[in-house]
Each structure stands twice: as structure tokens, then as C-alpha cells.
Design a protein around this ligand. Sequence first.
Ligand code: AMP
Length: 282
Amino acid sequence: MDTARRISDVREHVARYRRAGERVALVPTMGNLHRGHLTLLELARQRAVRVVASVFVNPTQFGPGEDLDRYPRTLERDTQMLAAAGAALLFAPPEPEIYPEGAGQATLVQVPDVTGILEGSFRPGHFAGVATVVTRLFNIVQPDVAVFGEKDFQQLVVIRRLVRDLCMPVEIVAGPTAREDDGLALSSRNQYLDAEQRARAPRLQQALQAVRRRALDGDRDWAAIEAAAAATLTDAGFVPDYVAVRRAADLSMPDGDDRDLVVLVAARLGTTRLIDNLRIRL
Ligand code: AMP
């Protein structure tokens, strides 16, 4: 596996793949890789001969007071994991390579509608940061396909909208959420949890499963279902930001005919904010 720190190096490697007629996939990450990231790499390998993985803790998607400074950075280990997983190229740029004028002076990409709700209302500016860095990475790598995790379900919806609106010639592939045996979705932020919080964390996924059961049993009173799930989480020691049942396609409110739904949750355990979601197909 090659490692590139500069955009010009990435372009050279990718030009070489292109001359050989090889398809290129991109898997963007913020590093501190776990099994969930590796499942995305595997999906990427099924779709392209050459897989480029990026590791970049993107400052523009963190709000003031969020965990940008303490976000775990483990590039050496990530490099080994990516090489073992069969990536062709690791792109690990220093910040000025992505934001030459500084992160505060970046040209931002604003996706409407779907960025102002749920995560977007609790993390203002977050999705502009995501759309901005993904646009840059797509322009740098110019992949045929890019793989993102369903773990960040709203992010996936935002990226699909971004790609459609800006006519980006990139196929977006979604990878299922990798979980611990007890149901907790793998996340770099899980390591912020102490032992007692970690033991309680699977309640998040359990609350989502209870929502799905009620929906499959025919209950359509989403407000009551959401409130009950939030109350369960509060009883379990979480501070929920939201529990929301939405249409999977665009995260708008479901109406009577909708069959493809998703329930999304964000809740804090101590100072750690966890998100998860579960698809509901009626
Ligand atoms: P991150 O490094 O957290 O920015 O995540 C990079 C990519 O990995 C994103 O597309 C995430 O949605 C995805 N991802 C994170 N956690 C998981 C997981 N548990 N299972 C599958 N994909 C994940």
C-alpha cells in the first residue's frame, strides 16, 4: 500500500490506476479504524480494483465545544489495518492540504433541507463540514464509487443529495452498521465511555428495536412511540437529543403510505454523544 500526504501524490497514483483501466473506490474516514471501517473497505474492494482510503479528522465538521482536540488519532495502527485490508492507497493529508486558507476560511458546500434537522439541529454546521470535505475528497481522488456507513444514516442521505445536486459522477454505496455482540454500534467514540457507561450503552439499540416492534405490530402513533423510547433512554441514564421515526429516503416525516422508514437516535451518556439507527420496513 502506498501512502500519500499530498494531493499531487494522490493524483499521480490515481492517474496510474486509470492508465491501467482500473476502477477506483474511495472510503473516507477520520481514522481510529475499527471493524466497521474494514467492512466498508471490503465492500469497496468488491466494486473496484483499487481502493483509496482517506484518514483525515475534518475540523469543519466539528462544532465549538465538540471533541475535535481529543478525537483519537492512531495513524500508525490505521496504516497497518488498511494495508492488511487490501487498500491500494492511503491518503492522510495534513490540514493545510485540504484547507490551504485555514479551516475557518474554507469554501463551504451547503446542502439544504436534510442538513437542518436531527443531527443538523443539534450540531449546526456539521453537515456543511461533511459536504465540504467529501466534495474536496471526491475532486482529489475522482473515484468511480465511494462507500459510506449506514451508522451515520443522515450523513448518507446528505451525501446522496450532494452528489445528485452537484452532478458528481460518483456511485454512493452504503455499508451496514458493524456492531459489538451486545448490539452497540462500533464507533471511535465508544472508547470515551467508562465501564459502567459501556455496560449501559447497548440500551440505545434496544430502544430502537422496541420502536421497530411497535411499528411492525401496527402502531402508527410515531409521536407516542418516539416519546416512549426517549423515556426508556432517560430511565437508563441517557440524555436523549432525539428519537425520530422518518422516511428512509429523505428523512421527512412518514405518512400513512410509507413502507421504508428508519428510526434514528442521538443520546448522551455522560459527556459522550452516541448515535444509532434502525431501518423499519413495513
Ligand atoms: P468516521 O471515521 O467515523 O468518520 O467514519 C468513516 C466511515 O465509516 C463513515 O462512512 C461511517 O458511517 C462509517 N462507519 C462508522 N462506524 C461504522 C460502523 N459501526 N459500521 C459501519 N460503518 C461505520
